[in-house]
Ligand binder design. Structure first.
Ligand code: SF4
Length: 329
């Protein structure tokens, strides 16, 4: 099912003359790690170190790899070009070409007019055939290219749906090929258009209207709960591709201008227990936009996004709500 593209990987390692290679991958691929390490060692004169820490995205390059390895190879994610990970890091997208021929007809009745097609990096190679299939079924199909945080046409990240921008005003609905609901949920909230998920792993088709309403209710509740908050803690991730320190300082300034206190707290791995020593009525996450939405129930205090702080302070209306995102340069 997976293509780890080891010819390209070993050629790159040889070109670097690397002796020690750090291997990083998301949880879903970790069980292949030992086999990959063995094969890379067999094909090169190098030795491999497997990184066990969680790896949620390309934003999450292990900063300390150069302490013990010459290069780092991260499997499963596309580069985030605007992050500039450096010449000793290689991102190896792991493409998956899966059969969705039985799912697409089930998506058809849920789609309207011109269809914007989106996916995650794993499935970008499937887009041309999906576009062709839509056109054969009387839908105009459009694929947009995102900003400098994005490599492939039609690709979206949980933190970046800029591939939707060029399709605004043109698409009447969106078809998302991929697993999980967070990426297409952002699209549903941002555009208010029907978003249909074709999930090749679960072999499922679903429309996101109901989830959109549930999440909006949840976020509205968090904003209401935070509206009386006086002490805020603004959280900053130390991960390279999630770090928005300037935004954190601006938020602190904004909160103080509105007679709230705010402290900046930096951390690598977010966990509610890490925040126990700090006094706060509400938290604001400037890190991965998924944290505030996916982990909402784990935090005893409201955990807001930067957009939601603007609503709490009366600087933005609820009608102008959108999920947080991290733009490229
Ligand atoms: Fe994925 Fe979050 Fe990293 Fe964006 S910031 S790439 S959504 S883990």
């Amino acid at each position: 099912m997976y293509d780890f593209r080891l010819d390209e990987v070993t050629e790159w390692i040889a070109g670097k003359g690397a002796r020690t290679i750090a291997l990083q991958m998301p949880e879903g691929l970790k069980s292949h790690g030992q086999e990959l390490a063995k094969e890379i060692e067999r094909r090169t004169s190098g030795r491999c170190v497997l990184i066990a820490d969680p790896c949620y995205g390309a934003c999450d390059v292990d900063r300390r790899f150069s302490d013990y390895a010459d290069v780092l190879v991260q499997f499963g994610h596309a580069d985030i070009p605007s992050m500039q990970a450096g010449p000793d890091v290689l991102f190896v997208e792991v493409f998956m070409d899966m059969d969705i021929s039985e799912l697409l007809p089930r998506a058809l009745p849920l789609l309207k007019g011109t269809v914007g097609v989106l996916t995650t990096v794993q499935h970008v190679k499937m887009l041309p055939s999906v576009v062709k299939w839509l056109e054969a079924n009387h839908h105009r199909a459009l694929v947009g290219k995102g900003d400098s945080r994005i490599v492939f046409e039609g690709q979206v990240l949980g933190c970046n749906i800029s591939a939707v921008e060029p399709l605004k005003g043109l698409a009447d609905s969106f078809l998302y090929i991929g697993s999980g609901d967070f990426h297409p949920l952002s699209v549903a909230i941002e555009t208010s258009l029907p978003v249909v998920v074709v999930d090749p792993l679960m072999q499922e088709v679903r429309e996101l209207g109901e989830l959109r309403e549930r999440i909006l209710r949840q976020r509205h509740g968090a904003i209401v709960r935070a509206s009386q908050a006086e002490r805020f803690v603004v959280l900053v991730s130390t991960k390279a591709g999630q770090n928005r320190m300037e935004m954190a300082w601006s938020l602190r300034h904004l909160l103080e201008e509105h007679n709230r206190s705010a402290d900046i707290v930096a951390l690598e791995e977010f966990h509610p227990d890490r925040l126990l020593p700090f006094d706060a009525d509400a938290y604001v996450s400037t890190a991965c936009p998924r944290i505030a939405i996916d982990d909402y129930l784990r935090y005893p205090k409201p955990l807001l996004t930067p957009v939601e702080v603007e609503i709490v302070l009366g600087l933005r209306s609820w009608d102008d709500y959108r999920l947080d995102s991290i733009a490229g340069d």
